[in-house]
Every structure is written in structure tokens, then in C-alpha cells.
Unconditional design. Structure first.
Length: 175
């Protein structure tokens, strides 16, 4: 099963931190998750869409979480850990892998929205289970091996105008 067809059952797993940092570092912009989701589904039968997010103490990300929910994306939330010395960590890799393995029996295709090379073994495992695995990410920040092993790699850099939000710059009226 190497082609996309309307009857395919799809799960979309979005590594929000991976996409956020890639878009910020490459373009200084934010990701248009509505367009990413539309591309991931590609007219197929969406079973589940999950976004893995990190909550900070300030709660400034709350409107973003609400926007994802409005798109029909379930959010999985993990609190940002701040260690002595200032190191911050919030790693969803294991959670994403466990959910992918748990959801796999219910779907034909898993769309992994992440360029993280740590998912290489997960992709190989899912393919060995007979699943189609598609990866959507920014080419420059995606593991070369991950691109190779996926059934399809969709490069968000191919259409940045589609997959990135145009930031609104507000200037104060100084009159």
C-alpha cells in the first residue's frame, strides 16, 4: 500500500516542539498547523490527530493549545521541567512512540510530523507491521535516515508560504 486513497485510515502525530524550533530557526516564523494537518490527511479518513505540547509556568501557550483543539487535534500536555542550573527539558519522544504503537492496529497510515532522527526505529517498526509511514517536516532539520526510511517525506520547505504563518507586526501609534 504505497499510494494515498480516500479509504485509508490515518493517524497524525505532531511533535510541536520539533516543528516550532525548526520554523523559528530557519525562518523566524511560526507553523501554520491547519495547513500541515490538511496535508497530512490528504483527503483520507482521519482516525486521530495528536499534538504533543509543552506547558510553561506562565501559561502563555494556552491560546495556541485552544487553536489546536479547534482544528480537531487532541493535545497531549507535558510540563516543562527546569533543572538546577537552568537546563530546560520536555521530551515527548517516548510518549509519541508509545502512542504510535498503540494506535497502529487501528490505522493504515501514520503521519509523523517531526524531523527527529530518534524516531528512526519507530518508523522501521511500524513499516514492519505493514503500516505506511509518512514524515512531514522541514528538510534542513530532518534526519537524512528518517527521510530515507519513510514511505514518503513531505518537505515543508517546498512551500513555506503555505506552511508558515505571516507574522503581524503591530506598531504603536506615537501621535
Amino acid at each position: 500500500m504505497k499510494i494515498k486513497h480516500a479509504g485509508q485510515r490515518v493517524a497524525v502525530l505532531i511533535d510541536v516542539q520539533n516543528l516550532y524550533h525548526s520554523a523559528k530557526n530557519l525562518y523566524g516564523r511560526r507553523v501554520n498547523f491547519a495547513e500541515v494537518l490538511k496535508t497530512a490527511i490528504s483527503g483520507r479518513n482521519l482516525i486521530r490527530a495528536l499534538a504533543y505540547v509543552v506547558r510553561t509556568k506562565t501559561g502563555e501557550e494556552k491560546p495556541f493549545f485552544e487553536a489546536l483543539t479547534k482544528l480537531g487535534i487532541e493535545i497531549r500536555v507535558k510540563d516543562l521541567q527546569v533543572f538546577y542550573g537552568g537546563l530546560k527539558k520536555a521530551d515527548w519522544d517516548v510518549g509519541i512512540a508509545v502512542d504510535a504503537i498503540r494506535i497502529a492496529p487501528s490505522v493504515d497510515t501514520i503521519v509523523l510530523v517531526s524531523g527527529d532522527g530518534d524516531f528512526l526505529q519507530l518508523v522501521e517498526y511500524l513499516k514492519n507491521q505493514g503500516k505506511r509511514v509518512e514524515v512531514i517536516a522541514f528538510s534542513h532539520t530532518t534526519s537524512g535516515k528518517l527521510k530515507e526510511v519513510a514511505d514518503e517525506f513531505i518537505d515543508l520547505e517546498a512551500k513555506p508560504e503555505k506552511y508558515l504563518l505571516i507574522e503581524k507586526k503591530w506598531r504603536k501609534n506615537l501621535n
